[in-house]
Design a protein around this ligand. Structure first.
Ligand code: SAH
Ligand code: SF4
Ligand code: F3S
Length: 440
């Protein structure tokens, strides 16, 4: 018995990284590591990084700078970098920060225990392959972590779409769907551990086409409908979707599958067809709007969210106006907007860039519109009855908080034993970031 070693994991980026961090902690758990909440006193620190925009990627270097004193105080401390920055610039990380002992990409972290052996011998380890084998088949089957009532479950990875601004196809590799049976097993396992809501994850989740139990391929809708039959699982969500993969059955499921929540994240990026073409999105603004109409016909109360990029190379004021018009027409419950960030190795990075001050100005104008829509959508919940899955104690004594079916944070005065349960709540107030309600 060597005693437990302490592992600290810091996660950046998307939900897929959150899921990967859990799986990496489990893989290292089998190796005797126990996860802790602070880097101080840890034996191993793992940064799970994001490469999507320049600011996200730079965070890893500033974080490594902050970790330096810890390493100086404890030369035995191991430092690892995982995730999409590791995949994109692993060797550069090791060059720029010699204190990094380990670099592991998103498709090779099942090899972590093996890599730790190398570290034990005083060597460094770098593995950013895209291996033939399925990493999930080599990870601990038992999702041992103690968990709250919600969980992520990666069903699909990678992306073949190659939007001209995006690094994901390079950092995550080609599109792969996990087999149905393994996903159902993992979902049942999560439910046995108290999970009531599962969010199915993929960079292109609605392009899911996994091997079915009796041969053939299943789409996402069929996977959702089958998962919905699991007793004890109350809610299903999925993210992130591409407009071109919104198959008919998935639209129908929003209307007839009770456990599928009425919230959809469906990024469009721009309202200008000229820019969409330059982005290689392969859809038009009009096509997106017609698609939204069809989904809303299936589920009229659907809360919609999206992503937007402003200042994409070649974007004129008229293109930007088209984006504002689209946002005004669609009406989002929430939306995320980003200033275009040129990413190394992507086609758009080579093009003439929009003036940064102009791009900043557009970002502010778009965010103002989105914020007002978001506010209005949240305020409109006052007086309505929602169902809330309670997740944790609130900030005030006697409070518990959870999420409505529309993904609004809702807090009520109530007992801690509500946590993990779904209850009806009448919304009485709309605050800056959450709704206040009364238990029915
Ligand atoms: N797979 C998802 C999400 C990809 S990344 C999808 O296809 O929608 C999440 C968001 O980051 C994107 O939707 C996009 O709005 C934004 N993004 C991606 N690359 C970017 C870049 N180079 N600059 C600014 N924003 C970017
Ligand atoms: Fe990136 Fe486009 Fe793939 Fe989304 S669909 S991950 S934005 S390349
Ligand atoms: Fe970032 Fe990689 Fe996710 S680049 S958004 S962590 S897929």
């Amino acid at each position: 018995m060597t005693g437990t070693k302490k592992l600290y994991v810091k996660t950046y980026g998307c939900q897929m990284n959150v899921y990967d961090s859990e799986r990496m902690a489990e893989a290292l758990g089998a190796d005797g590591y126990e996860q802790v909440d602070t880097p101080e006193g840890a034996d191993m620190i793992l940064l799970n990084t994001c490469h999507i925009r320049e600011k996200a990627a730079e965070k890893v270097y500033s974080e490594l700078g902050r970790l330096k004193p810890l390493r100086e105080a404890n030369p035995d401390l191991k430092i690892g970098v995982a995730g999409c920055v590791a995949q994109a610039e692993g060797e550069e990380i090791m060059r720029r920060q010699p204190m990094v002992d380990l670099v592991v990409g998103p498709q090779t972290y099942h090899r972590l225990p093996k890599m730790m052996e190398a570290l034990g011998r005083g060597e460094k380890a770098l593995d950013t392959d895209f291996p033939e084998e399925d990493k999930f088949a080599h990870l601990p089957k038992d999702r041992r972590a103690k968990r709250g009532p919600t969980a992520f479950l990666t069903v699909q990875e990678g992306c073949d779409k190659f939007c001209s601004f995006c690094v994901v196809p390079y950092t995550r590799g080609a599109e792969v769907s996990r087999p149905v049976e393994r996903l159902l097993r993992e979902a049942r396992d999560l439910v046995e551990r108290g999970v009531r809501e599962i969010t199915l994850l993929g960079q292109n989740v609605n392009a899911y086409h996994g091997a079915g139990p009796e041969g053939g391929e299943w789409g996402l809708a069929r996977l959702i409908r089958t998962m919905a039959a699991i007793d004890g699982l109350e809610r299903i969500r999925f993210t992130t979707s591409h407009p071109n993969d919104m198959e008919d059955d998935l639209i129908a499921a929003h209307g007839d599958c009770d456990k599928l929540m009425p919230y959809l994240h469906l990024p469009v990026q721009s309202g200008s067809d000229r820019i969409l073409k330059a982005m290689n999105r392969k859809h038009t603004a009009g096509g997106y709007i017609r698609l939204i109409e069809r989904i809303r016909a299936a589920r009229p109360d659907l809360a919609l969210s999206g992503d937007f990029i402003v200042g994409f190379p070649g974007e004129t004021e008229a293109d930007f106006q088209a984006t504002l018009d689209l946002v005004a027409e669609v009406g989002y419950a929430s939306a995320y907007s980003f200033k275009y960030s040129p990413r190394p190795g992507t086609p758009a990075a080579e093009r003439a860039q929009v003036d940064p001050a102009e791009a900043d100005d557009r970002l502010q104008r778009l965010q103002a519109l989105i914020t007002s829509q978001q506010r209005a959508a949240q305020d409109a919940m006052v007086g309505r009855r929602v169902s809330v899955l309670f997740e944790k104690p609130g900030r005030m004594p006697g409070q518990v908080v959870g999420k409505s079916e529309y993904l609004h944070a809702v807090h009520v005065q109530g007992d801690a034993d509500l946590i993990g349960r779904i209850a009806a709540v009448d919304v009485v107030e709309s605050g800056p970031n959450s709704l206040a309600g009364l238990l029915v």
